[in-house]
Design a binder for this molecule. Structure first.
Ligand SMILES: [Zn+2]
Length: 325
């Protein structure tokens, strides 16, 4: 404990009411940290609109404050040449957090939603899910019913692929959390008595849901899914994926979005043809964040479905996971 920089710690989690502690952190940070206060003022001015498509909805948010994140250069050479902005010694002066296990829970300086948290590892270690899935499940349990926790893989959405971090947002902000209850889900034969595994798709977004009460059973089921993804993709590296985790009627729901690529081809087009959409986990939950007003106005259901289909795992690979040889 003595190695932790105490000037960055607002409070210590003592096992009780993490959600309440996070609410108090936000109030304190808005009062004392000017950059955050200003960015929450800007958040109030963001415009949103909703697009309906085959019974599902996507919210589009025009948020100029997210330009750095949406347009971030996450190539290894770019990452190596910049100081890590998630390391404690590089945090903005006014930023403080809650010490939670070996992580610091912080207010995201560029919020997409009112009360957007980032949960950063104290140490500088790479973004990687296999050893940290248990942490994500425990964090989701400790935060309780009012939150969704989020993970971006290092090659598909994490703005700092070199520093382990998660996010959390309040429930009620994403279309997906409601739509999961009525979209078509098929149970997989790899389900166990304590961890049910489903797959399905919404508007081109392929997903797996792991559902259960017992953290250890879910961890084991996730390990099995990760292994199946690696086998199907013939890789030892972490397959591209995003994760959202929330509590449900049957315990925890771990939603895994396997990906085929980070950014759609329209992101790389020139001038007027370019669409600055960079799908990460928030986009996969049905909220498209775009820093440019032009894109905010012109995105439609057909374009969104084609972007989702392009960045999600293809049907042939999915088939190899559902019905392994
Ligand atoms: Zn770092």
């Amino acid at each position: 404990m003595s190695n932790y920089p105490t000037d960055k710690i607002y409070a210590y989690f003592d096992g009780k009411d993490l959600s309440g502690l996070c609410n108090r952190l936000l109030s304190q940070q808005i009062k004392t940290w000017r950059q955050l206060r200003e960015n929450y003022e800007l958040l109030k001015k963001t415009k949103t609109r909703t697009i309906s498509c085959n019974g599902f909805t996507v919210k589009i948010q025009h948020n100029p404050g997210r330009a750095t994140s949406t347009l971030a250069d996450t190539r290894p050479e770019a990452i190596e040449s910049r100081p890590c902005f998630l390391c404690l010694s590089n945090l903005p002066e006014g930023q403080k957090g809650i010490l939670y296990r070996d992580f610091l829970i912080l207010c995201n300086p560029a919020p997409v939603f009112y009360h957007h948290l980032t949960i950063n590892s104290i140490g500088h270690s790479p973004q990687q899910i296999d050893k940290n899935i248990g942490f994500l499940l425990e964090l989701t349990k400790d935060l309780g019913d009012g939150w969704i926790t989020l993970y971006n893989g290092p090659k598909c959405g994490a703005s700092a692929p070199d520093h382990l971090h998660f996010q959390a947002i309040p429930r009620g902000n994403t279309p997906l959390e409601k739509e999961l209850n009525h979209c078509k889900k098929i149970i997989m034969s790899s389900s166990t008595p304590h961890a049910f595994i489903y797959y399905g798709d919404i508007q081109g977004r392929v997903f797996f849901i792991l559902e259960g009460n017992e953290t250890q059973a879910l961890e084991a089921a996730f390990g099995g899914l990760l292994h199946a993804l690696k086998s199907a993709l013939n890789t030892e590296d972490e397959p591209m994926l995003n994760i959202a985790c929330l509590t449900g009627e049957e315990g925890l729901n771990l939603i895994v979005f396997p990906r085929s690529r980070h950014r759609p081809h329209v992101f790389f087009m020139q001038d007027g043809d370019r669409i600055a959409v960079s799908p990460a986990v928030i986009e996969m939950t049905g909220v498209i964040v775009t820093p440019l007003e032009r894109d905010f106005l012109r995105l439609d259901a057909k374009t969104l479905e084609s972007i989702y289909t392009e960045v999600s795992m293809d049907k042939k690979t999915l088939e190899a996971i559902i019905n392994p040889a």
